[in-house]
Design a protein around this ligand. Structure first.
Ligand code: 13P
Ligand code: SF4
Length: 394
């Protein structure tokens, strides 16, 4: 089966210039008037709309969201816990997803057909997810087939990918993973008994090369030489047949534009500046950064590590700035600093602000659903196979 390539995220919509409201600087396809950000009544309006909706709405907030949005979230979490939380609320008519596009798509796939998923700003995409397009993945799989290795390869896609790529993964016997379960997902992929299927000599890991490499080398004990990078912009991914045959991990050439900016020099610099500092980074950081750090883990792991840390200890954290700032506020007894001064917020996560949230909630109160995210039924069914495999990982 093949899917026609949907525009993977609203970032692509912006680039294509489709659906752009010329009167609004803020985004695409956002019908109606957005309240101005200077409106002093925004908090009261959000509170009133939230109260009017009651249990009909369930508001999820990813840890990288702004404080002004997080305060209205019924639950906060990383991409894995939010996917699980969305699936666990079949009674909610509206799932208001304060996160990015691929997360809202996953929520739509995991919730019932009568439930409606809303992304308050449709321009909240993910540049990493945009680095793997469905057609490129189909072509990459053909390259693997020509090299005679497709049959022994299991696709594993990071949650940060379009629904079409999750569907491809589901259809080809693979799983989704997040940064909190990537090790378990890879162990499952390499274990034919656990999967109840053949193959599993290789993994095609999409789209974050860093998470794939860091997990394979740090947690599975593979060698760097076992990993090759498949560049979708080069003929045959820029790889020879021999390289494809020898590799265990075929890493898609994608990265996070936020975490990819931390460097090993940042780690060295913070160690000079703060004696006894503990360096804690997300596995989307580059391999040399992860090697230089003291602790590596998903967003949820970073939060738990700081919660458990002793008073008086110092921490330099390499992840999204909204979260690091919140953690610093939450732990005044610890010295929590951002790993690098010039790395900025995730610009797409930050697109969800209070005016967009108020606009979405007030529209729902009026019975008008704006910025709904839907995944076409056949694609959703195949993507669900991959998501369910993730949710069932041992
Ligand atoms: P988590 O899986 O840790 O929530 O990360 C999602 C993400 O977008 C990280 O950049
Ligand atoms: Fe995507 Fe990186 Fe932003 Fe996460 S932090 S949503 S991976 S661009």
């Amino acid at each position: 089966m093949t899917f026609t390539e949907p525009v993977s995220t609203p970032l692509a919509l912006l680039l294509l210039g489709r659906g752009t409201d010329p009167d609004s600087e803020r985004g695409v396809d956002c019908p109606g008037e957005l309240p101005p950000s200077s409106d002093p009544d925004l908090v009261a309006r959000a509170e009133a709309a939230r109260a009017a909706l009651g249990d009909r709405a369930f508001v999820l907030g990813h840890h990288y969201q702004r404080d002004e949005v997080i305060r209205f979230a019924d639950v906060t979490g990383d991409s894995f816990t939010l996917a699980r939380d969305a699936a666990a609320r079949p009674d909610a008519e509206y799932i208001v997803f304060c996160g990015v596009h691929f997360m809202a798509e996953s929520a739509d796939i995991l919730t019932g057909p009568e439930q409606q998923v809303i992304l308050p700003d449709l321009a909240a995409g993910c540049s990493m997810a945009d680095m793997a397009a469905y057609q490129q993945v189909v072509e990459a799989w053909d390259v693997l087939a020509d090299a005679g290795v497709a049959d022994v390869t299991v696709p594993v896609t990071y949650m940060n990918s379009s629904a079409a790529i999750k569907a491809f993964t589901g259809e080809h016997g693979g799983t989704v993973c997040t940064s909190s379960n990537a090790e378990r997902a890879l162990r499952w992929a390499f274990d034919p008994v656990a999967r109840g299927g053949a193959g599993g000599e290789k993994v095609l890991f999409m789209p974050d090369q860093h998470l794939g490499r860091n997990t394979a080398v740090r947690q599975l004990g593979l060698r760097l030489e076992d990993c090759v990078v498949f560049d979708p912009h080069k003929r045959n991914g820029g790889l020879t047949v021999e390289q494809l045959r020898d590799a265990k991990m075929i890493l898609w050439r994608g990265h996070c534009s936020v975490h990819g900016r931390f460097t090993a020099d940042n780690v060295a610099e913070v160690r000079r500046r703060i004696p006894d500092v503990n360096v804690l980074v997300h596995p989307e950081c580059r391999h040399d950064v992860v090697l230089a750090a003291d602790h590596v883990g998903s967003t949820e792991h970073i939060i738990k590590t700081l919660d458990a840390a002793e008073a008086g200890t110092s921490w330099a954290v390499g992840t999204e700035l909204n979260l690091v700032r919140r953690l610093a506020d939450r732990h005044p007894d610890k010295n929590v600093v951002f790993l690098e001064k010039t790395v900025c917020y995730c610009s797409t996560m930050n697109r969800i602000d209070l005016p967009h949230l108020v606009h979405s909630l007030e529209s729902l109160v009026r019975g008008e659903v704006v910025n709904r995210i839907t995944v076409e039924a056949r694609m959703a069914a195949n993507a669900r196979l991959a998501l369910d495999r993730m949710l069932a990982l041992p």
